[in-house]
Ligand binder design. Sequence first.
Ligand code: GUN
Ligand code: ZN
Length: 450
Amino acid sequence: MTTTSHVLRAIRGPALTFVDDPFVVGGPGSARYEPDALIVFGDGRITDFGDHAAVASRLPPGVPVTTYRDALILPGFIDAHVHYPQTPIIGAYGRQLLDWLDRYTFPAELRFADPAYAREVARAFLRECLRCGTTSAAVFCTVHSASVDVFFEEAQRIGARMIAGKVLMDRNAPDGLVDTAQSGYDESKSLLRRWHGRGRLACAITPRFAATSSDAQLDAAGALWREFPGAYVQSHVSENTAEVEWVRTLFPERAGYLDVYGHPGLLGRRAIYGHGIHLTEDELARCHETGTAIAHCPTSNLFLGSGFLDIGRLARAERPVRVGLATDLGAGTSFSLLRTMGEAYKVGQARGAALDAWRAFWLATRGAARALDLDGVVGSLEPGCEADFVVLDLRSTPLIDFRMKHCGSLEEALFVQMTLADDRATRATWIAGDPVYDRDRSVPFAPALA
Ligand code: GUN
Ligand code: ZN
């Protein structure tokens, strides 16, 4: 056996990846489907991908191949906006955003002063991600620096590409959850020095939202981003009408909600804002011009009654805004990006735009990668990309099995999955070329999370 073949591995089965943006080129032309694909990878990256017969003919001898039948191999799902500390309060009865934050979210986040508790939740969160085939995410931690340290430590143990940040809040939050403009800056900077660019980890400067940060804190966040331009910024914008109104009264001198972030320099590539439901036309144009991305969080928006994002409006050809799909749990109600795609379809329907399967799967893979400025890194099966995969069982429940017998096309099969399937459909998850979750094993998780 040669050295090369020793480090290579491969998986075989039907596979789908995106070669173009379905919002631009339309459905089927955006996707590459291989009914019998061989995907070869080594050192965490894909080295070859294509029809089995062609790829196998150039495969060195002795490369182990894992075959998945009746399945669909996709690039690992990407969650563009999620709060790991809210895992313990997913599904908590709340009224709307501001009430829900006060009653459930802030009390839950206070517990993260204890790093052992934070680690326990981080591990539960990562296990759920793997059970749903999510291999990358942009993650909010809490105001406590240690909540970021333990999250990165656990993510590093499974090799996942994760973006995360310490939440900045210096007002309008309980005592135990506030920092100051200076301490938030200092702690974020020290996290950036400790973690940013270490392996597959990246830091996000994370003002929670305009209402919980003073002008001074937002200015400090902007200054920090200028010092670390390769870092990310993440926050929330225009999620709920009462929130939009509150922000208007807190920042009367700004042109609008988005401008509260624009003024201190917090818009641009690698800035991702959750929701954006109520953004104006001018604000969407500014997102487009600056490369600022919106994370679409349909299950959260339905759960909190925040409204219905008009994704067709965001995608408008003359000024497309980068969009990634996101769970936003614990306001979101599922870790599953399949479930999230299904709800995105329904939210689209409420705005008179039915999201087709191509666009939905794009938003959870390569579209999200583009929103996170990771195109060519994750979200695709093309050689050079990192070897993160989700293997879907296309017959994961009796109903889906029955329904699949009546599917006449790949598009229909994909749509059935996003409408009916959930975590049970995750047959296996691979991260950086390692199998980290296998639904059908007696111990499904890799040792780091077992
Ligand atoms: N706005 C500010 N904080 C939050 C949060 O934790 N969840 C959601 N959905 N919106 C927010
Ligand atoms: Zn959120």
